[in-house]
Design a protein around this ligand. Structure first.
Ligand SMILES: [Zn+2]
Length: 301
């Protein structure tokens, strides 16, 4: 039986936002069953539910916006929540952006462990994908395929030799998330900085919160994994999938994707009611797709 989860007690952390460059205080507070994850702009008195319908500005990070209020760069915290199974939480923000901390989800996972993750007496349905959905073009795309658990096959390709082509394939269990995905840090390239700054982005970025790649060289010290880059893309994907509000039973195949495509795939799914269903935990059974159903779905899509 899968239960909804929250935290035992409030915890907080401070840091800089990687894009806005502002100092921000973040507090996580327990929330009752059925709440979902709600960002609370304490400076504005506006609450923003972490749902796909509120996702905006997806070029370099995932922003939630409602009634003119924003919660920026929510994905690394959302990934930590999804990875540890926390479904109900208030996230108080003193300014517009979640602090970047070390650029990964690990500080958030440690913060949640300090707060204590607890089961709530409410069951948690899972979102079973029922047919193949695909968004994108020939260069960059995402496909969702029916599966009995969340599995990811993510491929990236960058011209910088220090990154090159990388691929991550596997099921995302809580243990695998914590050890193999959560520590992977965000990354950037010096040549992107002028364009970012012109858009008012990357103002809080530094060698302490971002893996900086200059051609063949890593300017920010040792990598945590040889393939840290693709692992971070998987982290971003898990954070964006959390905007569906339910654990997802699908295989997600992503090719050179990013936040905009992640959210496009989610929106495509949500507007295709025949492509998924919510399954109560007591009805969850091993799910298999017969090959001809998959082929039919692929040719129809
Ligand atoms: Zn990221």
């Amino acid at each position: 039986m899968a239960w909804q989860k929250t935290i035992r007690r409030a915890v907080s952390v401070q840091g800089v936002g990687i894009h806005g460059g502002e100092q921000v205080a973040l507090q996580l507070r327990p929330a009752p069953p059925g709440t979902g994850v709600i960002f609370v702009r304490t400076d504005l008195g506006i609450s923003i539910p972490a749902r796909a319908e509120n996702a905006r500005d997806l070029a370099y990070a995932t922003t939630l916006r409602l009634r003119g209020a924003e919660a920026r760069t929510v994905e690394h915290l959302m990934a930590a929540l999804a990875g540890t199974g926390v479904t109900n939480l208030f996230v108080d923000l003193s300014a517009a952006e979640v602090p970047i901390l070390d650029g990964s989800s690990l500080p958030f996972v440690e913060l949640l462990r300090r707060a204590g993750v607890v089961d709530q007496r409410a069951s948690l349905p899972e979102l079973q994908v029922r047919r193949v959905l695909r968004v994108g073009d020939r260069e960059r795309w995402i496909e969702l395929r029916p599966a009995s658990e969340l599995r990811v096959d993510y491929r990236v390709s960058y011209s910088s030799p220090a990154v090159g082509r990388q691929r991550f394939v596997g099921a995302i269990t809580p243990q695998r998330f914590a050890s193999a995905i959560a520590p992977a840090r965000t990354f950037g390239f010096p040549e992107e900085v002028p364009a970012l700054r012109r858009r008012g982005l990357g103002l809080g970025g530094s060698l302490e919160n971002c893996v900086v790649v200059d051609g063949e060289r890593i300017l920010s010290g040792e990598l945590r994994f040889r393939d840290e880059f693709v692992r971070h893309k998987v982290l971003d994907l898990i954070g964006d999938l959390a905007l569906l509000e339910y654990p997802v039973r699908a295989e997600v195949v992503a090719h050179r994707a990013g936040h905009a495509l992640h959210v496009a795939a989610i929106n495509d799914l949500l507007t295709s009611p025949e492509a998924w269903e919510l399954v109560e935990p007591d009805r969850l059974a091993p799910f298999t797709v017969r090959p001809y159903e998959l082929e039919a779905a692929v040719s129809a899509g």
